[in-house]
Structure formats: C-alpha cells, structure tokens
Design a protein around this ligand. Structure first.
Ligand code: AMP
Length: 203
C-alpha cells in the first residue's frame, strides 16, 4: 500500500534544520548531533569555503558575496544543496546547517525533499542575543582566519542580513508546526540535551 511506504520512509530519515544567526553555536552543536544521530552534515558555509580553497568556478563566484558578508544568490546555493542531497540519498538523514537562509531556499528544499518523500522533520533554532553573537564571532575570528569573522563591518552586515532575510525562514517552519526554539547561551552539553529532546520530539 503506497501510504505505508510513504509512512515508513518519512519516519526513517531524520532531516533537521539547525537554525540561528552567525555565532549562535550551530557548528559546535552540529558536531554533537551528527555523532548522536549519525546524520550527514550539510553546511552550506563549509561547502562554499571548500570551493573557495579549491578555487572552483563556484568558489570564485561565491567569494565576493562571502567576503562581504552577503548571501550567495539563491539559485547557486539551491543547486549546490540539491547535488549534495542526490549524492547521499542512502544517509540516515541530513542536518542542514546555514541553509535554508531565505524563504525561497526553504521552499526549494521542501520541494526537493517532498518529491522524494523525505520531508523536513523539524527546525531547531538557537536563540542568542546580538551582543553575545558579535563577541563570539570576534573570538572565533582570532583562530578561524575567516575575513568575515574579523572585520566589524562584515560582522554587522552578516547579522543584519540574518534579521532581514533569514529570520522569516523560522516563520515558514512555524507555520508547518515544525519549529522549536532553544536558548543558546549556557553550557554546551546542557544546550545539546535540549536540542536532543527537540529532535526526539520530531520523530
Ligand atoms: P556560514 O559559515 O554559514 O556563516 O556561511 C558563511 C557565508 O557563506 C555566508 O555569510 C554567506 O555569504 C555564504 N552562505 C552560506 N550559506 C548560505 C546560504 N544558505 N545562502 C546564501 N549564502 C550562504
């Protein structure tokens, strides 16, 4: 019965969107989530940085946006994510980190995944105040070597872009009843416990 097949697939694959502004702790918490749930980490920021280092055509295109703290155009990001999903269809599930960052990207992701009967299970959003975000990004900039972590105007642009263009993505998942917000300041393990509870509630 086709209903049973659909039910089985959507229960099996755990697809989580880890959401939050730059500096909220998505990278740190992703590592713990991957370990516990054995998911494939799909970080668009990491993928772009790899392209940049390797000097690919995509890397050259993305570089000027990244260095200015602006978003890479939707079509470019969506194409890159679609390739990555298609290469990994046997994974236990995906953790999307830094994607979707616009409502257009969120719609495209839903279309891609729903077409494969592998919908998003839920969004976990890390919530951190702006001053703490800036402090963390500056701190990371001391070792990350990332230009966009070091220059004050780039940091400010990234946070502004988050509020203007990315925050509406939370509404998109709230409207689907798939949103869980978690306060992102405190002990890393304590925050992770709450993320785990949220993920377990999506299953
Ligand atoms: P991140 O490591 O997630 O902070 O991403 C670093 C930079 O990569 C961002 O400031 C953007 O320039 C670019 N980027 C990463 N993910 C996306 C995305 N989903 N949409 C557009 N640009 C992105």
């Amino acid at each position: 019965m086709s209903f049973c097949i659909y039910h089985f697939n959507s229960q099996e694959m755990l697809n989580i969107v880890l959401f939050g502004p730059p500096g909220a702790g998505k990278g740190t918490q992703s590592e713990k989530i991957i370990e516990k749930y054995n998911l494939l980490h799909l970080s668009t920021g990491d993928l772009f940085r790899k392209h940049l280092t390797e000097g690919t055509e995509l890397g050259v295109l993305a570089k000027r946006y990244i260095n200015e703290g602006m978003l890479v155009p939707d079509a470019v990001v969506i194409g890159m994510v679609e390739d990555k999903i298609n290469e990994n269809l046997t994974a236990n599930g995906f953790i999307f980190d830094g994607f979707p960052r616009t409502v257009t990207q969120a719609e495209a992701l839903d279309n891609m995944l729903n077409a494969k009967n592998l919908p998003i299970s839920g969004m976990v959003a890390l919530e951190v105040e702006e001053e703490e975000l800036k402090r963390r990004i500056r701190e990371r900039g001391k070792t990350s070597g990332r230009a966009d972590d070091q220059e004050e105007d780039k940091i400010n642009t990234r946070i502004k872009v988050y509020y203007d263009e990315t925050l509406p993505v939370a509404e998109f998942y709230k409207n689907q009843g798939k949103f869980k917000g978690i306060y992102g300041i405190g002990e890393i393990d304590y925050i992770f416990e709450q993320i785990s509870d949220a993920i377990d509630s999506f299953r």
